[in-house]
Design a protein around this ligand. Structure first.
Ligand SMILES: [Zn+2]
Length: 97
């Protein structure tokens, strides 16, 4: 049996959300908590319009940012912790015992 490991992330520990342009790979980093979000954003690398105010992607991104920001703000008073686990996948150069 191969041992498997994972990394646990408490939502409160997430410092920022990265938005990566699927066209050129440029990254926009949105530090958390984030209160406002421009409703029309173009990529800084290739000028592709990433979202606009009527798009579902903008609405979902705004909800995600609001939820994460609210959680960071109130997490200290909560009786529970919210997080997720990521499976650990060794890099090709990692030595596996
Ligand atoms: Zn781009």
């Amino acid at each position: 049996m191969t041992p498997k490991s994972s990394a646990y992330v408490d939502l409160q520990e997430i410092p920022a959300i990265d938005i990566t342009c699927n066209h050129c790979g440029s990254i926009i980093r949105l530090p958390l908590p984030k209160i406002d979000l421009n409703n029309s954003v173009h990529c800084v690398g290739c000028n592709t319009q990433l979202w606009f105010d009527k798009s579902t992607h903008f609405a979902n991104l705004l909800l995600l940012l609001q939820a994460l920001s609210d959680y960071k703000r109130i997490a200290g008073d909560a009786k529970f912790t919210v997080g997720f686990s990521l499976p650990y996948v060794p890099a090709s150069g990692d030595r596996v015992a």
